[in-house]
Design a protein around this ligand. Structure first.
Ligand SMILES: [Cu+2]
Length: 145
């Protein structure tokens, strides 16, 4: 009897592995943001975004209930002054298999008009929208780094 059962278990095991690997088209890792000061109006979200799909994708927009508005920003350094503004779509495009890092002084998700303080140790929900793959909901850890 066991001889009949074993192959079945192996098949189930493989199916389970396959479903774990059956990747979401886009994944995020290590998403974080600094806690906000009581009088802060803005915040920025950072982390890594990976394109697991087989097509080019562009990060176009974001939404979170802790922000009045979200823009995808890039930072530039000119004459020793760092400024930031809406990123060019070419800067937020990912080829298949490619990852991008959102980080301080670089690309970031800008939270304009914080609707509630971001408290150290808490987590907020962020929705990121890509042109080809639609919306992705991710957690962002509020941490002082
Ligand atoms: Cu910004």
């Amino acid at each position: 009897m066991m001889q009949f059962l074993r192959p079945t278990l192996v098949v189930i095991g493989l199916a389970f592995l396959a479903s774990c690997a059956s990747d979401e088209p886009v994944t995020t890792s290590d998403m974080w943001a600094r806690p906000t000061a009581p009088d802060a109006t803005n915040a920025a979200f950072y982390g890594t975004i990976t394109n697991n799909s087989d097509q080019d994708i562009t990060l176009e927009a974001g939404y979170s209930k802790v922000c009045d508005e979200i823009e995808i920003h890039n930072s530039t350094l000119e004459d020793e002054i760092i400024s930031m503004g809406p990123a060019d779509p070419a800067e937020t495009q990912l080829s298949p298999g490619e990852s991008m890092d959102l980080e301080p002084m670089g690309l970031h998700v800008m939270c304009l008009g914080v609707t509630e303080p971001l408290v150290e140790g808490s987590t907020i929900t962020l929705e990121l929208t890509f042109d080809e793959t639609g919306a992705l909901v991710t957690d962002v850890a509020i941490e002082q780094r």
